[in-house]
Design a protein around this ligand. Structure first.
Ligand code: NAD
Length: 288
């Protein structure tokens, strides 16, 4: 039965720009309807200039909470009352929970990655993980893998605006968790290849593989892979990236796109807001 909006309906949303492409409203509203929760989730086109007012509206309108995405993930921090450890270590927030006007920020992107791999039968604990990319996706993935007990995390990034994040992420992981992290320039292909040869999980957390770089892969040769590894591309459009095709041809059996991560980061936010498990199987079946 279709959920009716009435005087008791509670509001949630995502505050970002651009945001009209987001799958989050469809995902959360389908989950609310499936579970019979009287909530509605909308997309709000909000940038840095209006962010403070928008955050105050969470309190004024007694919203359950919000997601935030670019360009607000860091800028929102001063407007919140508290950060969860994941948001503190990432210095970024993608989920806010409103508890009677007290706003707490979380980061669920890394949780999405770790949960998706766990559900696919690949726990992170004691694993050796190589991550390409130290941007908005690579940073929470590296930090959450460390929080989940990864043995070692080797981070690679091209020389560019995100390269400075490598040293920061390595320092945070080594100082605040029991994992051992190292960082390297992606141009050092010898180090990259050596790291891949001994890793359990390789995660490509770069935008390579997605439009306008959909015909590209950071790895184009079978010699970079071994058959026992997991290869995970955070990109999910297209569903099979060039990296995934190359990895499969090289004989890697466990090759995944980032769709599961995207759904699980939403499921983690859903749980924080409602206390309920998102019906992930139903969402996958009906929306993706
Ligand atoms: P970002 O702009 O913050 O970071 C981009 C990263 O890609 C940086 O590390 C950058 O150095 C690297 N990069 C870009 N072009 C490169 C190239 N030619 N060679 C080598 N490295 C290159 O973006 P982001 O938020 O980290 O997003 C990265 C990708 O992850 C996007 O495709 C995005 O759609 C995807 N993503 C997926 C999920 C999910 O839930 N599956 C979540 C967030 C982001």
């Amino acid at each position: 039965m279709k959920q009716m909006i009435d005087g008791h309906t509670r509001l949630l949303g995502v505050m970002a720009t651009p945001i009209r492409h987001s799958m989050s409203p469809a995902m959360h509203n389908a989950a609310f309807e499936k579970l019979g929760l009287n909530n509605v989730y909308l997309a709000f086109e909000v940038g840095n200039d209006d962010l403070e007012q928008a955050v105050n509206s969470i309190r004024v309108l007694d919203m359950i909470g919000v997601n935030v995405s670019m360009p607000n993930k860091q800028k929102i921090i001063p407007y919140l009352d508290e950060l969860d450890i994941s948001a503190e270590l990432n210095q970024a927030v993608n989920t806010v929970v409103n508890n009677d006007g007290y706003l707490k920020g979380y980061t669920t992107d890394g949780v999405g990655f770790v949960t998706d791999l766990q559900k696919k039968g690949h726990p992170i604990k004691n694993q050796s993980i190589v991550i390409a990319g130290a941007g908005g996706a690579g940073t929470p993935i590296a930090i959450q893998c460390a929080m989940a007990g990864a043995k070692e995390i080797k981070i690679f990034n091209e020389q560019g605006p995100h390269f400075k994040n490598v040293a920061r992420n390595v320092a945070i992981i080594n100082e605040r968790t029991n994992s051992n992290a190292t960082g390297e320039d992606l141009n050092n292909q010898t180090a990259f290849k050596e790291a891949l040869a001994s890793c359990d999980i390789y995660c490509d957390a770069t935008s390579v593989g997605m439009s306008p770089l959909q015909d590209q892969s950071l790895i184009n040769h079978a010699s970079y892979f071994h058959s026992d590894m997991v290869v995970y591309d955070v990109v999910y459009s297209p569903r099979e990236t060039k990296l995934m095709t190359v990895a499969k041809k090289a004989g890697v059996k466990e090759v995944y796109n980032g769709l599961g991560m995207m759904i699980e980061q939403g499921a983690a936010a859903f749980k924080l807001w409602t206390g309920e498990e998102m019906p992930v199987g139903f969402i996958k079946q009906t929306l993706f």
